[in-house]
Design a protein around this ligand. Structure first.
Ligand SMILES: Cc1ncc(COP(=O)(O)O)c(C=O)c1O
Length: 389
């Protein structure tokens, strides 16, 4: 039989965020026509729902705690609260937002291993009973403020393949765990399990597999101290499409489920996960305007009203956004700068774009996670506001 070498239909070649963009484009035009001024971040609630249900389908035995840090916009949280999501929080103000929406403390956990004492006190008062630790000092604080808390250990996992590694600052290495378990048991703190995070925008299933093996060994160490670990929290980190297709979530689910049998001696353990980026990232399109252009040292530059400091900070860690414009001119290669007078404020280099003029729109795709939440009005350029549609 003759092999079919006809090119894929265009829609099948598109990355997921491009499809989201095509859907949002008329809505964005409408917003602009009715007076919305860039820069703003449009978030598609349907995409959030789609991603949330995808996770439920692929991880049916896991309780989902959306990592609020990825995007703490009230309307985003409200969509997720209405879907029945639980939440991973790291501060009092994140808790306050959820309480405003009527979410009780029993739907929250905190995997922040270093918490201010007043945050621990708020956890006690509103019933956020599951708290993470990775040091004796944190155990001491919890013992003092919230002695009945259920505590879980944060492990440090090597994650060289993630775009935004979360190692190096937090977490216990495997050979540090026993000392902490011993300390928690002497202090009569209820140690219930562990969490790890394989780094954000992590495309490696191998690092998750290794993390599960370390987790199992930690469960075994705890058993020696007659501590029955019963919570396994696999964190977040699941990748999304930026300029390239990310690893399919199905592959993560497969490797995780294949390795869960290691824990069968521990009975019905409670499985948790904390996705952030995967739920909101591709749902967001940043709408920005070109505020300037130049030709410098043989290179074309455009400058946007959103840059590294007021929303696109992740470019510093290597996130490459996908850009589109409303221009119909010929394509050229551009460097893209932000609005501030700081030479660090470079958003991307060598991007091929239909040449925009000053005042044209530039759309930044997959911008729903770690953008507005990271932004600061440096040099007086405001952080984009969020419109959930
Ligand atoms: C403790 C914790 N959980 C979950 C997340 C969410 O990670 P991601 O957005 O990569 O899914 C983070 C991200 O920094 C985190 O620190």
């Amino acid at each position: 039989m003759e092999e079919d070498i006809s090119p894929l239909p265009r829609s099948e070649r598109l990355l997921f965020p491009e499809k989201v963009f095509l859907k949002l484009k008329p809505i964005i035009s409408n917003l602009i026509n009715t007076g919305y001024k860039p820069p703003f971040l449009v978030i598609d609630s349907f995409t959030i729902k789609r991603r949330y249900y995808e996770i439920i389908k692929l991880f049916p035995d896991f309780k989902i705690y959306y990592a609020v840090k990825a995007n703490d916009n009230l309307d985003v949280l409200s969509v997720l609260a209405n879907l029945g999501s639980n939440f991973e929080v790291a501060s009092i103000s994140e808790v306050v937002k959820l309480v405003e929406l009527g979410v009780g403390g029993h739907r929250m956990i905190t995997s922040n291993p270093v918490k201010p004492v007043d945050f621990i006190e708020v956890c006690r008062q509103i019933g956020i009973n599951y708290l993470c630790i990775d040091s004796k000092e944190e155990i001491d604080k919890i013992k003092y403020v919230f002695p009945d808390a259920k505590v879980y250990i944060r492990l440090e996992i090597e994650n060289p393949e993630s775009a935004w590694p979360l190692s190096g600052k937090f977490g216990l290495l495997e050979d540090e765990v026993e000392d902490i378990i011993h300390y928690a048991s002497r202090k009569k703190i209820e140690l219930v399990g562990l969490t790890f995070h394989a780094g954000s925008q992590n495309n490696s299933i191998e690092s998750i597999r290794k993390a599960l093996f370390v987790s199992k060994r930690v469960f075994d160490i705890a058993k020696k101290y007659k501590i029955n670990m019963r919570v396994l929290n696999i964190g977040g980190g699941f990748p999304i499409d930026y300029t390239e297709k990310s690893r399919n979530l199905r592959e993560f689910s497969k490797i995780i489920y294949e390795n869960l049998s290691m824990f069968s001696d521990y009975g019905d353990i409670s499985l948790q996960m904390e996705p952030g980026r995967r739920i909101v990232g591709e749902a967001g399109v940043m709408v920005s305007r070109v505020i300037g252009k130049s030709f410098r040292n043989g290179e074309n530059w455009i400058y946007l009203d959103v840059g590294v400091f007021n929303g696109l900070m992740e470019v510093i860690g290597g996130i490459n956004y996908l850009f589109r414009t409303n221009s119909r001119k010929k394509e050229k290669v551009f460097n893209i700068g932000g609005p501030s007078c700081d030479s660090m404020d470079i958003v991307a280099k060598n991007v091929v774009l239909s040449e925009p003029d000053v005042n044209d729109l530039v759309y930044i795709l997959s911008a729903g996670a770690y953008t507005n939440v990271y932004g600061a009005p440096f040099n007086g350029y405001r952080v984009p506001y969020v419109v959930v549609v």
